[in-house]
Design a protein around this ligand. Structure first.
Ligand SMILES: Nc1nc2c(c(=O)[nH]1)N(C=O)[C@@H](CNc1ccc(C(=O)N[C@@H](CCC(=O)O)C(=O)O)cc1)CN2
Ligand SMILES: Nc1nc2c(ncn2[C@@H]2O[C@H](COP(=O)(O)OP(=O)(O)OP(=O)(O)O)[C@@H](O)[C@H]2O)c(=O)[nH]1
Ligand SMILES: [Mg+2]
Length: 479
């Protein structure tokens, strides 16, 4: 991709809007825009200082295209690190296209996806992980993903990696210096100090690597499968959670045939709720496909919410002398065991739904019974009246480790970074082994250089066109 030409793109979403912004960046930005801009103040745009805003008409020869505002970023003082002009025009798609086409006729090239941010990276305005955070920031949809992207964009993660890399680099230089004096058997790099540094780096790397599990979950949202027999109220619960009539509810068992998903944020964390087809033995072909899908959905879910109908497990309180209805309870236990056995790793929340149909005494008995089931979280609830729904949300939030977020710790969210960290740790472990085995400086230096390479991949100090192409092509045009 060429770097010395001037690029143009719409920076706002395509379509009609109140205002649209067209961004022009590159060495000829001013030469291209100034002649087609007639300032109300009559002052030429070239004479205006950086970071100023100007009202005027944009003209194509005799024809006025629009009344616009132009913002001026002079020299390298801009987002991209090149001369940049932004045209804020009226947001008609026709006007937007006319202006962009005019700019192209005057010498601009249409920007590729992510090209403005790539230029910002190549011009040293930000490092690679910060540039990647810009894309994450744009796609963030809740407080957690926003906070993580914001911290990464500000350079929290980068500076941590950069610091480690610098300290390691200093030692590498000393060790390599020893190699030049190999005849004399000198030791510039204190091995004990070096061991301490390696231990510290290992600690930081492990913390960052561990944070990825949380980061990944927080970035992508937590899938929660809502499962249970037909008619227990799964779709009603989905609607109650989302606060919206998302799924069809009816008294007919087998209403939901295919799974329905929707997202919402709880306590700043994104959750994706998946309402599934009720599980039962059936001869119906379509329904059995739905049920098979339910099991797929459970395997993809992070948490399984298992519903049962409280009414079915009511303890007959009218006849206190008779023994409790053990039959239904055994059946319930069997059902729960089946789910647990199928997905032993999944956290399970058991919901006793429709408690609006139970008396106070019956509720007490039911929760006593259910509390005997070990290793699951229990919630009495009425999807219909909303009772217990807030408590369920709080329970779901407990499955997410939000501690790191609250403490503003660096959380790794990007799998490219995660993989580079794993490789860096592998190399650092080799250095540790080498130090413990009194390996010679030249061999130590090789592993240190490898580790440095992986640190550099994160921040972009080590890079190549293919990697950059991969990263920035996932951006939107105009970013
Ligand atoms: N109109 C507009 N809004 C925008 C952007 C933009 O490029 N244009 N941004 C982009 O996506 C974000 C803001 N980021 C920006 C970052 C740096 C500079 C900038 O001019 N930097 C100069 C001057 C810094 C200073 O005043 O000290 C520099 O770094 O030299 C501008 C925007 C969000 N909003
Ligand atoms: N009284 C009461 N009725 C409920 C409650 N939740 C759901 N229902 C009713 O139970 C019936 C079944 O509800 P659905 O939400 O369609 O049940 P489902 O589990 O999605 O059923 P399938 O999709 O067929 O598997 C409907 O008539 C609901 O109004 C509740 O908390 N209390
Ligand atoms: Mg349903």
């Amino acid at each position: 991709m060429k770097m010395n030409d001037t690029i143009v793109a719409l920076a706002t979403p395509s379509g009609a809007g109140a205002i649209a912004i067209i961004r022009v960046s590159g060495p000829e930005a001013m030469e291209i825009v100034a002649p087609i801009f007639k300032a109300k103040s009559k002052k030429p745009l070239e004479k205006q200082p950086t970071h100023t805003l100007h009202l005027g008409n944009l003209v194509d020869g005799e024809r006025t295209l629009d009344e616009v505002l132009v913002s001026v970023f002079r020299g390298s003082k801009s987002y991209t690190g090149e001369e940049t002009l932004e045209i804020s025009c009226h947001g008609s798609p026709y006007i937007q296209q006319e202006i962009i086409q005019l700019l192209i006729r005057k010498g601009c090239r249409s920007a590729e996806a992510g090209e403005f941010t790539m230029r910002a990276f190549l011009n040293g305005k930000m490092d690679l992980s910060q540039a990647e955070a810009v894309a994450d920031l744009i796609s963030s949809e809740n407080q957690a993903s926003h906070q993580m992207a914001m911290q990464q964009m500000r350079g929290g993660f980068s500076s941590e990696i950069h610091r480690l890399r610098q300290e390691l680099l200093d030692f590498a230089s000393l060790i390599e210096l020893e190699l030049d004096f190999s005849e004399e058997d000198v030791e510039f790099a204190n091995r004990e100090q070096f061991k301490d540094l390696i231990a510290k780096i290992q600690q930081v790397l492990k913390r960052l690597i561990d944070s990825f599990a949380t980061g990944n979950v927080l970035k992508n949202g937590i899938p929660v499968a809502i499962v249970g027999e037909p008619n227990v109220g799964k779709s009603t619960l989905l609607n109650a959670l989302l606060n919206e009539e998302r799924a069809i509810v009816s008294e007919i068992a087998g209403t939901t045939r295919d799974s329905i998903e929707d997202e919402m944020s709880i306590g700043g964390v994104g959750f994706r709720f998946i309402d599934t087809a009720g599980i039962r033995e059936t001869q119906d072909v379509v329904e059995s496909i739905g049920i098979r899908r339910t099991f797929d959905k459970i395997s993809q879910a992070q948490v399984v919410v298992f519903l049962l109908d409280s009414e079915k497990f009511k303890v007959q309180s009218s006849t206190p002398s008779s023994p409790p209805e053990k039959g239904e309870f055994t059946e319930l236990l069997r059902e729960i065991e089946k789910i647990k056995n199928k997905f032993p790793q999944k956290p399970l929340v058991i919901i006793a739904n429709k408690i609006d149909q139970l008396s106070g005494e019956e509720r007490k008995k039911l929760s006593e019974t259910l509390n005997r089931i070990e290793g699951s979280s229990l919630q009495l609830l009425s999807a219909k009246t909303g009772e217990g729904v807030e408590e369920l949300k709080m329970k779901l939030l407990e499955f997410v480790n939000t501690g790191a977020l609250r403490n503003n710790n660096t959380i790794v969210t990007n799998s490219r970074h995660y993989n580079a960290l794993l490789k860096a740790l592998e190399e650092i472990n080799k250095v540790e082994d080498g130090l413990n085995n009194n390996l010679s400086g030249d061999l130590l230096a090789i592993d240190i250089r490898e580790a440095l390479h992986y640190f550099g991949e994160i921040t972009g100090e080590v890079t190549n066109d293919e990697l950059l192409g991969n990263i920035f092509s996932n951006f939107c045009i105009g970013k």
